[in-house]
Design a protein around this ligand. Structure first.
Ligand SMILES: Cc1cc2nc3c(=O)[nH]c(=O)nc-3n(C[C@H](O)[C@H](O)[C@H](O)COP(=O)(O)O)c2cc1C
Length: 200
């Protein structure tokens, strides 16, 4: 099969995909606030519909902040989350459209389209917030960090604790840090192109 020449080196592709793993155990090496800012400043360039940028982020870096999350975690996610240097709550703002006049100035009417339909605003926020979550993971990997995304938690409890009386809803969590490769599970297989792709 003819291979297109990758723009990134195989080492870089490995950092983002082939060698990158979902981590469950963490080295104690801390993650600086500056690095968290760098992740955001990289991932923010990923595309979203109408440049809506609905994702919101809460970085839990202290024991006190982690303890606020603990009651919402599924039992199997507790220890690794408490051990991780940082846990980020990836959330989305249902009222993302308030920023659209600034973020999408070429179509000033877009704000009204979303503000007049809660259903459209919800699906747009969730779709694009989830996309931004994927950009976040890849940006963190590109900057040398390891990730441990998790959906095993009670969203309602997280929302009540971290986003009370707001239009922000939690999507998923992601532990961040420098993963202990010796504690990884064996890599699980992926579906092949022929199983999931159609060429029409
Ligand atoms: C959105 C999302 C939610 C996940 N939720 C959990 C979780 O709650 N607990 C857990 O141990 N792993 C969770 N995982 C980890 C996946 O099982 C893991 O990413 C997948 O098996 C691929 O592993 P690999 O990256 O090491 O190949 C989650 C992953 C994603 C992307």
């Amino acid at each position: 099969m003819a291979m297109a020449k990758a723009i990134l080196s195989s080492e870089h592709l490995g950092t983002l995909f082939h060698q990158a793993r979902t981590h469950n155990a963490w080295h104690p090496q801390p993650v600086s606030d500056d690095l968290l800012r760098q992740i955001y400043d990289l991932m923010k360039w990923g595309p979203t519909s109408a440049n809506s940028l609905p994702a919101r982020f809460v970085f839990l870096r202290t024991k006190e902040a982690k303890e606020r999350l603990r009651p919402a975690l599924s039992p199997l996610n507790v220890d690794k989350t408490m051990q991780a240097p940082v846990t980020v709550i990836l959330a989305y703002d249902l009222k993302f459209y308030e920023h659209l006049p600034r973020l999408f100035p070429m179509k000033p009417d877009m704000k009204n389209m979303f503000s007049s339909s809660a259903q459209l605003a919800e699906i747009t926020a969730f779709r694009n917030g989830s996309l931004q979550g994927g950009y976040f993971i890849l940006a963190a990997r590109a900057l040398g960090l390891d990730c441990g995304p998790m959906s095993g938690f009670d969203n309602a409890k997280v929302d009540a604790e971290f986003f009370p009386s707001t239009s922000v809803k939690s999507n998923f969590l992601c532990n961040l840090g420098f993963g202990d490769h010796s504690k990884l599970f064996p890599r699980s297989p992926r579906l092949e192109f022929e199983e999931v792709c159609e060429l029409l």
